[in-house]
Design a protein around this ligand. Structure first.
Ligand SMILES: Nc1ncnc2c1ncn2[C@@H]1O[C@H](COP(=O)(O)OP(=O)(O)OP(=O)(O)O)[C@@H](O)[C@H]1O
Length: 306
């Protein structure tokens, strides 16, 4: 697999404070790399370094196997959105893109039409930027990032402030770009969204890359729980489960939550146990941990080691 982005021991310090600490990551061709972190974790700082906007204190960036240097000509292969993409409000979508193509020195006369089609803005080509919905404004930003057919797309929180329909539209577009071989590096705080989009996930906390896992590994790592709803008091039912060796806690809404792997694999045993104790069940359900809680647990585990 071709390595499209690689960082080698990236460290960034501001006024003696370490913002990024020895971050080494790789993104292969066609991957969608989801970069997750709480506010202030260092996501935007990495993205700015990847884009050559700021210099690391130490460490290197390689794009498409070449070391990132000033004037190295790698920019023709990279498209990006950092912060809310700017558009001229009084210009239409087409006018904005024409102007942008001109500024980028793009000769291809069809470039504007084809990128409008690519991001599905055909119906809004003659709409002024100020009249676009947030989702469509974001698509216009993506159109600018894509107009020169980059092989690498770097996006900082691209679905921020989008409505659910906008999120779906951007997700579909990014998936189709990745299936065409575009490599996508994307930071987002919408964690569930990321689990649906990314093929690999990197978790950064206080400047340190804690974990890099494939979406597939993530599926396997996600903790599963058994939720048990009983008639009567959950405390009594919890005691019966504890006697049989299943540690259960009671949730805010009076349900029993069992993390024990045996219970998750064999809920029928739990049901039989409760039935034998004369406790009627009304719900028994295996629930997978959401990305959000998985992420927060990973961060907590690492914080407690500090
Ligand atoms: N120019 C700067 N000077 C000093 N500190 C900075 C500078 N830029 C960023 N920082 C600090 O670096 C840390 C990481 O910031 P960064 O913007 O990379 O985080 P982030 O993960 O993108 O967060 P968010 O999701 O809030 O955008 C923060 O504590 C921030 O205050």
């Amino acid at each position: 697999m071709k390595e499209m982005i690689r960082t080698d021991g990236l460290t960034k310090e501001y006024d003696g404070k370490t913002i990024l600490n020895d971050v080494s990551l790789t993104v292969n061709r066609g991957e969608i790399y989801g970069f997750l972190g709480l506010n202030g974790a260092g996501k935007t700082t990495i993205i700015r370094i990847l884009l050559g906007m700021i210099k690391p204190t130490s460490g290197e960036v390689y794009l498409m196997g070449k070391k990132l240097t000033k004037g190295g000509g790698l920019w023709n292969h990279v498209g990006y959105i950092v912060e809310v993409p700017y558009a001229y409000p009084g210009f239409t979508v087409r006018e904005n893109l024409k102007l942008y193509a001109k500024l980028r020195g793009i000769q291809d006369r069809k470039a504007v039409d084809s990128v409008i089609e690519k991001v599905h803005l055909d119906d809004y080509a003659e709409t002024k930027a100020k009249d676009l919905s947030l989702g469509n404004a974001q698509k216009l930003g993506l159109a600018k990032a894509l107009i020169h057919h980059p092989e690498i797309l770097i996006l900082d929180e691209p679905t921020n402030a989008l409505d659910p329909a906008g999120i779906v539209a951007v997700r579909e577009l990014l998936k189709s770009l990745s299936s065409e071989g575009v490599t996508i590096f994307i930071s987002s705080h919408i964690l569930e969204e990321m689990s649906r989009l990314a093929s690999r996930i990197g978790i950064i906390h206080r400047g340190t890359l804690l974990q890099e896992i494939s979406a597939h590994e993530f599926e396997n790592l996600r903790r599963k729980k058994l939720y048990v709803g009983v008639r009567g008091t959950a405390t009594w039912a919890g005691e019966q489960l504890a006697k049989a060796g299943y540690k259960a806690s009671i949730t805010g809404d009076g349900m029993l939550e069992v993390l024990d792997e045996r219970a998750v694999r064999h809920p029928e045993r739990v049901s039989r146990l409760l039935a034998d104790a004369g406790i009627p069940l009304y719900l028994l359900s295996v629930v997978e941990e959401e990305l959000e809680s998985y992420f927060l647990n990973t961060v907590r585990r690492n914080s407690s080691k500090e």
